[in-house]
Design a protein around this ligand. Structure first.
Ligand SMILES: C[S@@+](CC[C@H](N)C(=O)[O-])C[C@H]1O[C@@H](n2cnc3c(N)ncnc32)[C@H](O)[C@@H]1O
Length: 286
């Protein structure tokens, strides 16, 4: 797991403050456990530490603080809690005490929030052998359309979406511009949804969806890459983009910049979408 650099940090703080529509989704405020929930099959709730510091926290089944467990999680580690009921987690963000409710079977990550504070966010998977690049949050279709326009996608392009979710970017590039495309996601259910969506759009012969950790992918045939990942994940993907993409390839990011690629930025714009948020798009030329 990458350690945040002190140089990078001020830029990220500004970026987060400036990016209202983001892929971060916080854990929920505590809720009462559902009646009869104890009879449900236990599912694995995971808590990951994506920060550079050890984090102490307390965790217990919702409504049963007497069963509290006190833990410290090292940077990069993943704690696992098989549970049939919601869990409550308490920690200090660096500024205040916080308590959140965790759903059985869901992945969560301690990440840096604005300033030096730490918060708990929904993640996408609990695998210890792979980085959690971002939770599943779809790019609104109008933003997808504009990202592809800005990149000038044509039928000569091969577009890779890193963390493709339901495949909408790859499928739109294939349907609207005749491009070939590859979507990579670590969540098998997203890959299956992408394949169904591609078939429904009639572009299944132009696109491929791969269930794998995108940080280990071969993307060297890509002429266009799209990213809607957290800022620290864009930074993590940067060496792979630099090592594998040919000069002239376009990289389009939704909401978050690629730190260190200021000189490669060709265009940046902000638009509204039907979710009521402002969305930022950044176009880079490798
Ligand atoms: C914010 S969503 C973006 C979905 C899609 N690209 C879009 O813009 O609509 C991020 C996606 O990254 C996936 N993801 C998270 N970590 C990953 C990893 N290590 N490798 C591949 N995909 C990952 C998640 O499962 C999620 O679907």
């Amino acid at each position: 797991m990458r350690q945040r650099s002190a140089v990078l940090w001020p830029a990220l703080v500004l970026l987060l403050a400036a990016a209202p529509a983001c892929a971060r989704r916080q854990a929920d405020a505590p809720a009462a456990p559902a009646a009869g929930a104890e009879s449900l099959r236990p599912r694995e709730t995971t808590v990951r530490n994506v920060t550079a510091h050890p984090i102490g926290y307390r965790i217990y089944p919702a409504g049963r603080p007497e069963a509290v467990e006190t833990r410290e999680i090292a940077p990069g580690a993943v704690d696992r809690f098989p549970t049939a009921v919601a869990l409550e987690v308490e920690f200090n963000t660096g500024r205040k005490d916080a308590t959140y409710a965790l759903d059985p079977g869901s992945p969560y990550s301690f990440r840096y929030d604005e300033g030096e504070t730490i918060d708990l966010f929904l993640g996408s998977h609990g695998r210890a052998d792979a980085v959690d690049l971002a939770p599943w949050v779809p790019t609104p279709q109008a933003v997808v359309d504009r990202m592809l326009e800005l990149a000038g996608v044509t039928d000569k392009d091969v577009l890779y979406d890193i963390g493709c979710g339901d495949g909408r970017i790859v499928i739109t590039a294939a349907r609207r511009y005749g491009a070939r495309g590859v979507g990579i996601d670590i969540d098998k259910s997203q890959i299956e949804a992408s394949e169904r969506n591609a078939a429904a759009a009639g572009v299944e012969r132009q696109v491929k969806f791969v269930d794998m950790d995108a940080t280990k992918a071969d993307i060297s045939e890509a002429t266009v890459v799209t990213l809607y990942l957290l800022p620290e994940s864009n930074a993590l993907m940067r060496p792979l983009l630099e090592a594998q993409l040919r000069p002239g390839s376009r990289v389009v990011c939704h909401n978050y910049v690629i730190p260190g690629w200021e000189a490669k930025q060709a265009q940046a714009e902000t638009m509204d979408a039907d979710d009521g948020d402002k969305h930022h798009i950044y176009l880079y030329i490798r």
